[in-house]
Every structure is written in structure tokens, then in C-alpha cells.
Design a protein around this ligand. Structure first.
Ligand code: SAH
Length: 207
């Protein structure tokens, strides 16, 4: 079966299993996940599971990318910061909705950041900005962001990320050591955050 057909089948499965908007489903249909997966795992690219990408890291499962995209309530023109580029797949899904020039992503491992940049450029998302560094510090020159998400688990949301979020903006990511919960925090006009929990999850830890 062609990658395109496998991808359509995967998105149909997600559509049945989760409550997802057309924007999220279209973005998942558009991004060629196989291009982000190392050669030896490419035949498994359209399974709904995480896969190894090197440096002890993983590409998130498609349903998790879809759920996070949904919870971020993204629209075209939103400025988004991702912590944990990994292979770049999730950033590409985000870029489908907000526009690649509005996506910033930070990766701790330089080898992964370089490879992500190459893949993203090859498949048409070269305008995404990627930097090697510590995501806890955020990306001050790009702030304020309308959405910030982490694809690695922190004991709590790093304060710099809270500062770099616009009022009304969404901060989303796995929180906790050991047991992790997906938390969405929305910044209020008085600067405090309204938090909601969205179930138990398993992500690699924030370095
Ligand atoms: N977004 C990826 C998933 C990446 S896994 C996808 O599209 O599937 C999480 C990534 O977070 C790993 O690549 C890991 O190296 C990175 N990471 C861990 N701690 C970090 C930190 N402090 N700053 C930036 N990236 C970090």
C-alpha cells in the first residue's frame, strides 16, 4: 500500500477514535510522517505508535500529536513555540495550521535539530525556525506566543515559558516526574493561569 493510502487510513482511524476538528484532520492528512521516521522504521510510519528517532528520543504517536493540536486551538497566523523538536514532525503539523513562518521550535540535541531542519526543508516546511538549546528558557525574541507546547515532560511548566505567552494564550504539555499528566494552562488577563488536566501520558523527560 502507498504511504498516501496508509496515511489516509491512519487519519480515518484517528477521526473515529478522537474528537478532532477538520483543521487538525487536514493537517494530519497533509504531513508525510514517513519522511520524519528513520529509514529502518519507515514501514511502521503510519502505525499509531511512537517510534525511535535516535539519541534515545522518539517521534510521538499520531493520536498524541492530533490531540495536542486540538487542545492548542490553533488558527492561521498564531505564533507558536514548540519545546522538543525531535524529528520535526509535530512542528510540521502545527505549521500546516498556523503557517511555517509562525512556528519556532527548540531542540536540546544538536544532531536531532540538524536532521529536523533538513527533513522539514525537504518536505516544504523550511520556514519553521529551529534552534538548538534549552527549551526551558524559551525564545524571548519570538515572544509573545499565542501557544507554547512541550513534547517532553517537566516537573512543572518552566517560568520563562509562562512569561513568553500572550494573554489568552495556551501552554500545553506533560507535567510530572514518573506519572505525567497532560496539562493545558490558559493565561488570564491578570497573569494567572487556568489549568485543566487531560489525562495520563508518557513522554521523554525535559533535560
Ligand atoms: N516533537 C517530536 C517529539 C520529540 S520527543 C515529534 O514531532 O514527534 C521530545 C524531544 O524533546 C526530544 O527530541 C528531546 O531531545 C527534546 N528535549 C528534551 N529536553 C529538552 C530541553 N530542555 N529543551 C529542548 N528540547 C528538549
Amino acid at each position: 500500500m502507498s504511504y498516501e493510502q496508509q496515511r489516509r487510513d491512519l487519519v480515518s482511524h484517528l477521526e473515529q477514535r478522537e474528537s478532532l476538528s477538520d483543521e487538525t484532520l487536514d493537517a494530519m492528512r497533509a504531513v508525510p510522517r514517513h519522511a520524519f521516521v528513520p529509514q529502518q522504521h519507515r514501514s511502521k510510519a503510519y502505525r499509531d505508535s511512537p517510534l525511535p528517532i535516535g539519541d534515545g528520543q522518539t517521534i510521538s504517536a499520531p493520536h498524541m500529536v492530533a490531540i495536542m493540536t486540538e487542545l492548542l486551538e490553533l488558527s492561521y497566523g498564531d505564533t507558536v513555540l514548540e519545546i522538543g523538536t525531535g524529528c520535526g514532525y509535530h512542528a510540521a503539523v502545527t505549521a500546516e495550521i498556523v503557517g511555517p513562518e509562525n512556528v519556532y521550535s527548540i531542540e536540546y540535541h544538536d544532531s536531532l535539530a540538524r536532521r529536523a531542519r533538513e527533513t522539514l526543508t525537504a518536505v516544504g516546511y523550511g520556514d519553521i525556525s529551529i534552534r538548538t538549546g534549552d527549551g526551558k528558557k524559551g525564545w524571548p525574541e519570538g515572544a509573545p506566543f499565542t501557544a507554547i507546547y512541550l513534547t517532553c515532560a517537566a516537573p512543572e511548566f518552566p517560568p520563562a515559558l509562562k512569561d513568553q505567552l500572550a494573554v489568552g494564550g495556551r501552554l500545553l504539555g506533560p507535567v510530572g516526574k514518573g506519572q505525567q499528566v497532560l496539562v493545558r494552562a490558559v493565561k488570564q488577563p491578570d497573569g494567572h493561569f487556568d489549568e485543566e488536566e487531560h489525562g495520563y501520558v508518557r513522554f521523554v523527560p525535559l533535560q
